[in-house]
Design a protein around this ligand. Structure first.
Ligand SMILES: [Zn+2]
Length: 344
C-alpha cells in the first residue's frame, strides 16, 4: 500500500460533508474546479498518449454520482451571473472542465453529462477544431508506440538519447520524452518531432486521425448547456513561445471560437507551460493574466492546484484539481476534500 493510498484510506473515514463543512467554517467559501482531458474506455493497442485519458466512462459516472450528491454544478458563465447577483462565490459550487477539445468529450462525456443534466466547461484548442491535427504529445506517443525501432539519439540541442526497450513499456518511454520536451523552445520541439520520425521510421499522416471535435459538435454542445472556453489556437508549450505569439494564441482563440459558435467566450483555460524557476514562473503568470484580461475574458485557469477560496479569489487565476485515471474512487473523494494534501 502506498503512502498516498494509505492516507486516502484514512481520510475517507471522515464523512465528506463534515470535512467540507469544517473547511468552509475555517477558511470561508470556496470554489472547486475539476480538470479532465479525455474520457475514454481505452481500446487495446491505443497508439496515442495514455496519460491524457483522465477517466473511463464508468469512472466518469462514479465521479458524477459523487459530485451531484455533494455539490451544485456550475460553469463559469453561471458563476459570473451568480457572483454579479449575490457578490460572493456560491457555497458548494463545483465546475467540471475538459481541456483540449478531444472528440471523446463530445462522444463519451457529453451523453453522460446530459444524462445527469449537469453543465460543464470545455476548453477547445481552436486551431484543432474541425481539422485533422494531432497534438504534439500524441505525435510523440504515436511514433514511439507504433515503431519497431528502439533507439532515439536526437543530438544537440535537444539531446534525447534513450533505448526504448529499457523502459517499462513504450508509453513509459513516450512519457519520458514528452516530459523532457517541456524544456525546449517551440522550434526545437518541432525539430525533435521530425528527428523522431526519421529515427523511428514512422511517418504520421494527420489526415488518418480524427482526434478533435468539429465546429458543428462544439456548436451543439454550446446550444445544450456546455460552456465553450478557449485553450489557445495551437497548444504550444505556453512559456516557450515569444510574447507576440502568446498574445495571438490567447486573443485569436477567443475570436475563432466566437466566430464559429456565435457565442461569447469568457473563460480561458491555459495550456501547459514549460520548465521555469519560481521567479520566472511568477513573472510569466503575471504577464499571462494581464494578456487574458486585456483580451476580454472574465476568467482563466492558470497553473494552480487546489481550491479557489473566496477571500483570495482571483478570477484570472482560478485553481483546479486535476483528475487522473489512476485515482481510485476513494482517492477521488479525498482529493476533493483535501486537494492540498494530494499534489503531484
Ligand atoms: Zn491542454
Amino acid at each position: 500500500m502506498t503512502k498516498r493510498h494509505l492516507m486516502g484510506q484514512l481520510l475517507r473515514l471522515v464523512p465528506f460533508g463534515i470535512s467540507r463543512g469544517l473547511r468552509q467554517l475555517h477558511r470561508g467559501r470556496f470554489l472547486t474546479v475539476l480538470t479532465y482531458h479525455r474520457v475514454l474506455d481505452k481500446p487495446a493497442d491505443f497508439p496515442f498518449d495514455e496519460d491524457l485519458i483522465s477517466v473511463s466512462s464508468a469512472q466518469f459516472r462514479q465521479h458524477l454520482d459523487f459530485v451531484t450528491k455533494h455539490y451544485d454544478l456550475y460553469e463559469f458563465r453561471m458563476l459570473r451571473e451568480y457572483m454579479e447577483k449575490y457578490g460572493h462565490i456560491p457555497s458548494k459550487a463545483l465546475i467540471i472542465t475538459f481541456d483540449d477539445g478531444y472528440r471523446d468529450n463530445y462522444e463519451v462525456a457529453w451523453p453522460i453529462l446530459k444524462e445527469y443534466g449537469i453543465p460543464a466547461t470545455m476548453f477547445a484548442t481552436a486551431g484543432f477544431i474541425g481539422k485533422r491535427r494531432m497534438f504534439w504529445w500524441d505525435k510523440i506517443a504515436y511514433m514511439i508506440k507504433t515503431s519497431e525501432k528502439n533507439i532515439i539519439d536526437s543530438g544537440p540541442p535537444t539531446g534525447i538519447s534513450i533505448d526504448i526497450s529499457r523502459f517499462v513499456d513504450r508509453q513509459d518511454a513516450a512519457r519520458h520524452v514528452i516530459k523532457n520536451v517541456k524544456h525546449f523552445r517551440e522550434e526545437e520541439k518541432e525539430e525533435l518531432i521530425s528527428i523522431l520520425s526519421d529515427q523511428l521510421e514512422v511517418t504520421i499522416d494527420e489526415n488518418d486521425h480524427e482526434l478533435t471535435m468539429t465546429w458543428q459538435q462544439l456548436r451543439e454542445l454550446g446550444d445544450n448547456g456546455i460552456e465553450i472556453g478557449a485553450h489557445s489556437i495551437n497548444h504550444p508549450i505556453f512559456s516557450n513561445i515569444d510574447e507576440e505569439r502568446l498574445k495571438d494564441e490567447v486573443s485569436g482563440a477567443k475570436r475563432m471560437i466566437e466566430e464559429n459558435t456565435g457565442r461569447e467566450v469568457i473563460t480561458f483555460g491555459s495550456p501547459g507551460r514549460g520548465i521555469l524557476t519560481d521567479e520566472e514562473r511568477a513573472k510569466f503568470d503575471r504577464n499571462l493574466m494581464g494578456i487574458v484580461a486585456e483580451c476580454g475574458y472574465s476568467f482563466s485557469t492558470l497553473y494552480r492546484w487546489g481550491l479557489g477560496y473566496e477571500n483570495s479569489f482571483n478570477p484570472y487565476r482560478v485553481p483546479r484539481v486535476s483528475i487522473e485515471s489512476h485515482d481510485s474512487a476513494s482517492i477521488f473523494g479525498v482529493k476533493l476534500a483535501y486537494p492540498e494534501l494530494l499534489t503531484y
